[in-house]
Design a protein around this ligand. Structure first.
Ligand code: FES
Length: 107
């Protein structure tokens, strides 16, 4: 359900254990939802910007996700690509938590 300012409820906070990531599809958008060690929730596009791989199948360490296909790494807070072969940053989506509901602002 989309509210007036473009946020859509995509999950419950309990769907994602701390220090892990899940993949979701909302409409046409693939989303990786991260629950970081420090308790923050972050969301990015779930498709790597290098080739086709799901970030939710990669390895999360602190705030960095490593792509399962060629080991490209991104900071999930900013989407910034951190090493080769990544040439384009990962789109990030604003997250809002309300109670146990996780909302993401989609483009
Ligand atoms: S597909 Fe992600 S680094 Fe190549």
């Amino acid at each position: 359900m989309r509210d007036g300012d473009g946020f859509v409820r995509i999950a419950s906070t309990t769907d994602v254990p701390e220090n892990s990531v899940i993949g979701l599809r909302v409409g046409e958008q693939d989303i990786a939802l991260f629950h970081l060690e420090n308790g923050e929730f972050r969301a990015t596009d779930n498709i790597c910007t290098h080739e086709y791989a799901l970030m939710s199948e990669g390895w999360l360490e602190d705030c960095v996700i490593e792509c399962p296909l060629h080991a490209g790494r991104f900071d999930v807070r900013t989407g910034k690509g951190l090493c080769a072969p990544i040439e384009r940053d990962l789109p990030v989506f604003e997250v809002r938590i309300s109670g146990t509901d996780v909302f993401v602002k989609l483009p």
